[in-house]
Design a binder for this molecule. Structure first.
Ligand SMILES: *Cc1c(COP(=O)(O)O)cnc(C)c1O
Length: 362
C-alpha cells in the first residue's frame, strides 16, 4: 500500500490525496491500511465510527465523509472529530442550517473552523449529487452560513472511454457549474489518476489502485502500472481424492472427471469470501510440495462450498496435503480470479469475511 500510494502521488505530484478506505479499507481493515497509507494527506470513508477509529489511532489530518451526514445529529460528531463532509443534497444543507440555528454562538464559530464542506455535483453519473441549479443554491447558502465550501464530483466511466457520460463531458459540466466559485476541487478516482490526468486538480481520491487491483477489473490493464497487490489470501490443501474417469465432485456433481483425476480440497469457501460463482476452470495457485513460488495454476473443479473449494491438481503431482495455496495475491492477481467469476477485484476484497484470520505485515 505504501508503494501504491507513492505511485499514485507520483502520478499526481501537484495534488493532495484522499486515500479512500471505505468498506473497511476495501476489506483490508482500517488497522490493516493505517500504517501503509499513513503518508496520505487525508482519508476518505463513509462511516463516522470509522472516522473516530482513525482519530483514536492518532490521525490528525483531514478525514472526508464521502456520503456526508445521514441525519442532523451526525453534525455534533463531525464537529468534535473535525471532519470534512460531503454535501450531496439540499436536505443535508437544511440539516446543517437547522443545526447551526440550534447551536449556541461559540459552537457555531468552532464549526466554521472545523467542518469543511465538499459540495458534490451530479455531473452525469446520476447517483449521488446536486443538480447544477441546486448546486449553486447550496453553495451560496453554505457560504452565507460561513463555511469553507469545496467542490467535488465523481466519474461514471473513467475506466472505459466508450461509455457515456465521458470524463470530458463530466469535467466540462463541473467546470461550467463551479466557475467563479471559491474553493478547492476534487474529481479523480483511481481510473482518472491512471488514465485521465488532466482531472487531478487540488485533491484526488484513489481507492482500488492503493490495494493493487484494476479499476477495470482486468489485470492486463494495470499489468505495467507498477502497482503491488496488498491482499494475499492464502490457505492450504487439507485433503486429496483420486477419481476415476466419470466420477463427480461436490454438490450437484458439477465437475465430471474426463480422465483419472486428482482433486485437492482447500480450506477456503464462500464463508471466507471466496466467490461462490467461481466456475470450473477458475484459477487457484497451488504450491509444488511446500514451495509456493514454484507452484502453478490449477483449475477449480466442482462447486465452491461454504468452507472448501476443490481443484484439479492432476497436472501438479507434487501437490500434497499441507501444500500452501494462494487464492489471490502476488502469484495470482485478484482481478484474474474476479474476472473468471464475473466480478471485479473490488467486490472480492470487500467481501473478505470476518472469520478469515488477518496477518498485518508492515
Ligand atoms: C469509492 C470512491 C472513490 C475511489 O474509487 P476507486 O475506483 O476505488 O479509485 C473515489 N471517490 C468516491 C466518491 C468514491 O465513492
Amino acid at each position: 500500500m505504501q508503494h501504491n500510494l507513492a505511485h499514485a502521488k507520483a502520478l499526481a505530484p501537484n495534488s493532495k490525496t484522499w486515500s479512500v478506505v471505505k468498506a473497511n479499507g476495501y476489506g483490508h481493515t482500517l488497522k490493516g491500511v493505517f500504517s501503509g497509507l499513513s503518508g496520505t494527506d487525508g482519508f476518505a470513508l463513509l462511516d463516522i465510527g470509522h472516522a473516530a477509529f482513525l482519530r483514536e489511532y492518532g490521525w490528525k489530518s483531514p478525514i472526508l465523509l464521502l456520503e456526508g451526514i445521514f441525519s442532523k445529529d451526525d453534525l455534533d460528531e463531525c464537529l468534535s472529530l473535525q471532519l470534512d463532509v460531503v454535501v450531496h443534497s439540499l436536505k443535508q444543507v437544511q440539516w446543517i442550517e437547522n443545526w447551526l440555528e440550534e447551536s449556541s454562538g461559540p459552537q457555531q464559530d468552532a464549526a466554521f473552523k472545523r467542518i469543511q464542506i465538499w459540495l458534490k455535483l451530479n455531473s452525469g453519473m446520476n447517483r449521488l449529487g446536486l443538480t447544477s441549479k441546486a448546486y449553486v443554491e447550496a453553495f451560496h447558502r453554505l457560504h452565507v452560513a460561513g463555511f469553507a465550501v469545496n467542490h467535488l464530483t465523481h466519474f461514471a466511466n473513467a475506466d472505459d472511454v466508450n461509455v457515456l457520460p465521458t470524463v470530458d463531458a463530466q469535467v466540462e459540466m463541473f467546470n461550467a457549474v463551479t466557475q467563479g466559485l471559491s474553493g478547492q476541487k476534487s474529481l479523480a478516482n483511481s481510473a482518472a489518476i491512471l488514465w485521465h490526468r488532466f482531472t487531478l486538480e487540488d485533491w484526488c481520491r484513489p481507492g482500488i489502485m492503493l490495494y493493487g487491483a484494476s479499476p477495470t477489473g482486468r489485470y492486463k490493464d494495470i499489468e505495467h502500472a507498477q502497482l503491488k497487490p496488498a491482499m494475499l489470501l492464502r490457505s492450504e490443501i487439507i485433503g486429496l481424492q483420486n477419481l476415476r474417469k466419470g466420477d463427480q465432485v461436490g454438490y450437484g456433481g458439477r465437475f465430471v472427471a474426463q480422465r483419472d483425476t486428482q482433486i485437492a480440497v482447500i480450506a477456503c469457501g464462500y464463508a471466507d469470501g471466496y466467490p461462490r460463482h467461481a466456475p470450473d476452470g477458475a484459477p487457484v495457485w497451488v504450491a509444488s510440495g511446500d514451495n509456493l513460488s514454484q507452484g502453478g495454476i490449477c483449475p477449480i473443479a466442482g462447486r465452491v462450498s461454504m468452507d472448501m473449494i476443490t481443484v484439479d491438481v492432476t497436472d501438479l503431482p507434487s501437490a500434497k496435503i499441507g501444500s500452501p495455496v494462494e487464492l489471490w495475491g502476488d502469484l495470482l492477481p485478484i482481478d484474474d480470479v474476479a474476472e473468471a467469476s464475473g466480478t471485479v477485484g473490488y467486490e472480492l476484497m470487500c467481501a473478505l469475511a470476518q472469520r478469515v484470520p488477518i496477518n498485518i505485515v508492515s
